[in-house]
Design a binder for this molecule. Sequence first.
Ligand SMILES: C[S@@+](CC[C@H](N)C(=O)[O-])C[C@H]1O[C@@H](n2cnc3c(N)ncnc32)[C@H](O)[C@@H]1O
Length: 465
Amino acid sequence: MNAAPHTPATVQPARRVAFDVVSAVSRDDAYANLLLPTLISRSALNTADAGLATELTYGTLRMRGYYDRVIALAANRPVTDIDPDILDVLRLGAHQLLATRVAPHAAVNESVVLARSVGSRSAVGFTNGVLRTLSRSTPEEWKERVLATTKTADDRLATEHAHPAWIVRAFRQALAAEGRGDEVEALLAADNVAPRVNLVALPGLAELPDDAERNRHSPFGFVLASGDPDTAIRHESGRLRVQDEGSQIAALALSRARPIVAGERWLDLCAGPGGKTALLGAEAALAGAILTANEVVPARAELVRRAVAPVPGNIEVTELDGTTVGEMQPETFDRILVDAPCTGLGALRRRPEARWRKTAKDVGELTKLQQSLLLSAFATLKPGGVLAYVTCSPHLAESRGIVLDSLRRLGDAAELLDTAAVVQGFVREPVDLGEQQTERAGTTVQLWPHRHGTDAMFIALITKV
Ligand SMILES: C[S@@+](CC[C@H](N)C(=O)[O-])C[C@H]1O[C@@H](n2cnc3c(N)ncnc32)[C@H](O)[C@@H]1O
């Protein structure tokens, strides 16, 4: 057997953690953002090792599709013919060799030790051989070779930026709808850069800290120039929260759609885990509105209760199926947020494995639920009230498609508001929204990671005539 000389005897703890997470994601559909912190703490990794484990895990999961194409070339066989555990070892090794500063001999040797702990003797030799082949060419040479095997322009983009081709097509269509189809590559690249931790200071409840670097658009959003976000959040007992800037803009689009009259009743129909509820609750409390939150999954409803604990106003949290609320409580609320369950294609930069888990089929199933939640919300909206339909997906079927279909079904009873004008009215800097498509004088808003530095949130404000 030709295992490398000087191979360490045991698997380094950071690499063990990274492998355990990557393989649990491949095998058991585990969520890396939940499992990784658990395993880091169980293995008592120091800060440097925790950083290494995080980088190896997230980098490998994010670029998995690309690494598989490289591995197939280096191994001279399809990755489906490779033992799943060994394939995960190779993916971690490929990430170290192609995208990190880990010394090539260390990347190969550590991978061989890992392979020995999970595979047969022949698998150890195979791992050694494939990674040595890989280490003999530069990352640029591998990229050239892999891209030479692609057949279409979209396949090339999908391969280079490690996105499934159906997602590339969906992104291109959504960008083309606003005359910006040529931005698709910038969007794919933005998805591969982990964003800094973004926070919100709940209005009326917390001040921006001294070392806050303010968000470009959200009046309450910031990142910390220095210091640890967790410490700042603990210090402010939840009045500072982690929240993407796009989510803040979506919640504020509803609360700022028109002046608030004291005593208004608001509903957050799909509230879990409660990020937007907390911001809406703070806005409601400032103006004397009464917020109810609803979330059908009990464990997530519990997270909403925790999220709103620091917010005044006794926010009630119910656990109803949102699709039934319209029938049960007709014409009850003045403002409603429908932050619908969606594919989450707008938040891929924060969920590295999500792109490989979703399929085009998920879109069809979700649109049925989205449509019925929107129609139920419209039924529980008072005449003259405002509803915000929001998704963290730019897929046209989940965003504009649902809105246009609902407007068609609701006829003269519903009107799309000028959502873009509402958003431009409260943001700190004007938002570049591309070409606006108007629908009976109304507009929608689509935010983008590459253009706005936010998740790709979609927002449509609808009123009941
Ligand atoms: C996109 S998430 C909401 C995120 C939340 N607004 C926030 O900012 O933290 C959608 C939520 O809708 C919930 N949901 C799914 N089906 C539902 C239904 N039929 N009725 C109410 N909530 C539902 C999901 O459990 C999930 O928590």
